[in-house]
Design a protein. Structure first.
Length: 427
């Protein structure tokens, strides 16, 4: 082991066993590496179940939120919203979100479109557009209320992982050592913990980049989300509060880089040329950033005393606005299996518990990877037979109500057997 010194927590709460030697006992029930949306959400879900965590990120999550490090918005599905509500993190962001009542999917160059109406399956919006920074701030505020169970370690990055009987030990690059029965990798698509655990992954480079901005427009969006397929990639305009929409504009990387550099007037003109004038005059008002897009999929979601969640497990193309929602489903299942194991007095990092997590997540993840990857390839090209095939596909879904309802429920995350948090029940 590189060092036996303990991690020094930030904030007012001392780390469990602070100041003693590592051999005395684990630092917490879980070590969570990565304090992005996934890491913060999981930490809160576990705390609500009475499980303690030490969470470590290479940057201070509070400074990242204050510095607007993540300017993106996320389409939160109905089932994810239920989870955030039962965890007490939705209430603080709800008023700032934009509900999605309908979704319109169109193919450039065709007047036909597919229209999803939330009222086909009930009264609830299909989802809400939430500012990532606001959601992280709300999660952090809730974690402060659980300071007896949650410790923020000083920023640091994992350098080594050792598993011995009953315990996983993580050595950070600065020599600090943390240990727990279970380490959770929530450190994103380039996960270091995944590599340290010896889990291989596949990466597919789409050679596409998403340009993200906020757009003010003259006309109301009527809470309608637009997804328009262009040869370079999908262009999504997602309803925010008032006459504003979140833009996620995907293009081939070289084109996206040029678009991102345009001045506001030229950017608006290029956007109106591709999207049309249904929202009236458009003005970019947000910070603009680019996000290169890849598919990353871990070969396994578990290793000995290690579980992966969120983008560390599977990072998807944002074509369906589902990447984080799939991560929320990881979190809901992992929190449930860990809470149940703990209540039964079982080892929460033991192989049977982790295998249960993997088994319950496999089908959903493989379905989402296949569908987002397939959609990306189907819609990001202009070859005539492919163009015809996808237009036929859109019109079939448009005309068959059962297909449409299934697609709406899929987008809402309410299909299949759901873990308790996604049903809106405590973990
Ligand atoms: C343009 C775009 C639009 C999107 N829109 C949607 C949407 O509408 N709906 C949706 O559901 N999803 C969407 N997604 C996907 C969503 O943003 C991601 O799935 C989500 O942010 C993943 O969160 P995460 O916490 O798993 O990973 P990350 O956000 O990558 O967080 C990882 C954390 O780990 C930390 N970290 C990394 N390496 C280390 C290390 N070595 N040591 C310590 N800490 C480390 C990082 O600092 C970071 O805080 C979109 C993605 C993109 C690119």
């Amino acid at each position: 082991m590189a060092s036996t010194s303990r991690a020094r927590p930030t904030g007012d709460t001392p780390a469990p066993d602070a100041g003693t030697q590592r051999a005395a006992g684990p630092d917490a029930d879980t070590l969570i590496v990565g304090a992005g949306l996934s890491g913060l959400t999981l930490t809160l879900a576990l705390a609500e179940a009475g499980l303690s965590s030490v969470i470590v990120d290479r940057v201070d999550p509070r400074a990242a939120v204050a510095g607007r490090a993540d300017i993106r918005t996320t389409a939160i599905s109905l089932s994810s919203r239920r989870l955030f509500t039962v965890l007490g993190a939705w209430q603080a962001v709800a008023d700032g979100t934009g509900p999605i009542h309908d979704i319109r999917v169109s193919d450039a160059g065709s007047s036909r479109y597919l229209h999803y109406d939330h009222s086909a399956v009930g009264d609830e919006p299909m989802g809400h557009i939430v500012d990532n920074g606001a959601l992280k701030a709300s999660l952090l505020a809730r974690l402060v209320e659980h300071s007896d169970l949650v410790t923020f370690a000083e920023p640091g990055s994992a350098a080594a992982l050792d598993v011995t009987a009953g315990r996983a030990t993580l050595t950070l690059e600065d020599g600090r050592v943390l240990s727990a029965p279970l380490v959770v990798a929530a450190d994103g698509r380039g996960s270091r913990v995944r590599a340290l655990a010896g889990i291989r992954h596949t990466t597919v480079d789409y050679h596409q980049t998403a340009v993200v901005d906020t757009i003010a427009h003259a006309e109301s969006h009527h809470n309608l989300a637009h997804e328009r397929f262009l040869p370079g990639g999908p262009l999504a305009l997602l309803p925010l509060q008032g006459n504003r929409s979140a833009l996620v504009w995907t293009e081939r990387t070289a084109v996206a880089e040029r678009i991102a550099q345009l001045d506001d007037a030229s950017f608006a003109a290029a956007l109106e040329e591709r999207f049309g004038d249904s929202l009236g005059r458009m003005t970019p008002v947000g910070p603009r950033r680019v996000y290169p897009l890849t598919l990353t999929l871990a070969e396994s979601g578990i290793a000995e005393r290690v579980a992966l969640v969120g983008d560390a497990f599977h990072a998807l193309h944002p074509i369906a606005g589902q990447g984080f929602n799939v991560g929320v489903r990881d979190i809901a299942v992992l929190a449930e299996v860990l809470a149940d194991a703990s209540r039964l007095g079982l080892d929460i990092g033991g192989a049977p518990v982790l295998r249960d997590y993997q088994r319950r997540r496999r089908f959903d993840i493989m379905t989402m990877v296949a569908s987002t990857d397939g959609l990306t390839r189907l819609f990001s090209n202009d070859i005539a037979p492919v163009r015809s095939a996808r237009r036929i596909g859109l019109s079939i879904v448009e005309r068959v109500p059962a297909f449409k309802r299934a697609a709406i429920r899929h987008a809402m995350g309410t299909l299949g057997t759901l873990p308790r948090l996604l049903r809106g029940e405590p973990v």
